[in-house]
Design a protein around this ligand. Structure first.
Ligand SMILES: Cc1cc2nc3c(=O)[nH]c(=O)nc-3n(C[C@H](O)[C@H](O)[C@H](O)COP(=O)(O)O)c2cc1C
Length: 299
């Protein structure tokens, strides 16, 4: 395989990591139009009909391939999968739990599966469950992650050595140098989250984008939520939560309810804004095509 674009059917081996409400249809389509592989998110969804609407909206904006992220532990993961099958989606990512049950279901229906892992042991388990590729996500990444994760620099080559399926690197990839490093580490593609939030087409509020532009590489925090950690920008709200030891399950659910208010409407007092350490590299809001083309250019 030349790189992961062959499996995904897109121009460049770049996946836009799913990011809740901010990976909305217009943004997913813009990424795919620019040659990447756009992904809708389903983690915070409860209604399959709403996913169908969003899939239809992406299709109204682009004929290029796109996919979605399925959370393995989500009670509606199989219903969401049916919507994606019906829409002709060719590849999805899975995360948040073992993909063992979802993999045969998706593959029997012609969908390729790339599973996100944060350690070697889960990569090996995913490969033996039959995934087509794994995404090795290092601890510098934005959003949810397990405890004691290794950085992308350590995790990627270790996962490459441990599995016989293609590996995509994720976490901390913010420019052409990080993108090229992913290939040197043995990956055949890159999944990017944080750097795309600052895209012009991204629905994230200007307050969110400007917080990313202002933040240095040291301005993110890992916040505990019982079963996981979240890497978020160090805002006053985040510092308060980290200082008190993180969030309980119910506090986390309350945060979930404020996501739209914080991420899309820009009320940074209502909740936290996830981002990875590559936020330190973001200097401007740019069209997603420019972000992608800057990454893939030869020199
Ligand atoms: C705001 C936000 C929301 C995210 N939501 C999800 C999600 O729903 N599912 C998932 O698999 N990954 C999620 N991620 C992780 C990204 O898809 C991606 O793997 C990660 O951001 C890559 O690291 P980077 O931020 O350093 O580029 C999220 C990341 C961010 C920043």
């Amino acid at each position: 395989m030349k790189d992961i674009s062959e499996l995904l059917g897109c121009k460049y081996p770049i996946i836009q990591g799913a990011m809740g409400v901010i990976s909305n249809p217009e943004f997913v389509a813009a990424v795919s139009e620019a040659g990447g592989y756009g992904l809708l998110a389903t983690a915070f969804d409860s209604d399959p009909a709403k996913l169908k609407d969003r899939v239809d909206r992406v299709k109204a904006f682009t004929e290029k391939p796109f996919g979605a992220n399925l959370m393995a532990i989500h009670p509606k993961a199989f219903e969401f999968a049916d919507i994606l099958v019906e829409a002709g989606v060719k590849a999805v990512t899975t995360s948040g739990g073992s993909p063992k049950a979802l993999v045969p279901y998706l593959k029997e229906r012609g969908i390729k599966v790339l599973h996100v892992v944060s350690n070697v042991s889960n990569a090996v388990k995913a490969a033996s469950a039959g995934v087509d590729a794994v995404i090795a996500e290092g601890s510098e990444s934005g959003g949810m992650q397990g405890f004691n994760g290794a950085s992308t620099m350590v995790l990627t080559p270790m996962v490459v050595d441990a599995v016989d399926v293609p590996v995509v690197a994720a976490g901390g990839i913010g420019d052409r140098r990080g993108y090229q490093a992913a290939f040197v580490l043995g990956a055949v593609g890159a999944q990017i989250g944080t750097a795309f939030i600052a895209a012009e087409e991204c629905i994230a509020h200007a307050n969110y984008k400007n917080a990313l532009i202002s933040a240095s590489e040291s301005d993110t925090r890992l916040m505990n939520v019982e079963w996981a950690q979240f890497r978020v920008v160090s805002t006053p709200v985040a510092e308060e939560m980290v200082t008190k030891g993180g969030l309980s399950k119910s506090e986390f659910s309350a945060q979930g309810a404020s996501i739209e208010e914080t991420w899309v409407h820009g009320d940074l007092e209502a909740g936290t804004i996830p981002a990875g350490q590559s936020t330190g590299m973001i200097k401007a809001i740019r069209p997603v095509r420019e972000i992608i083309e800057d990454m893939v250019r030869d020199s």
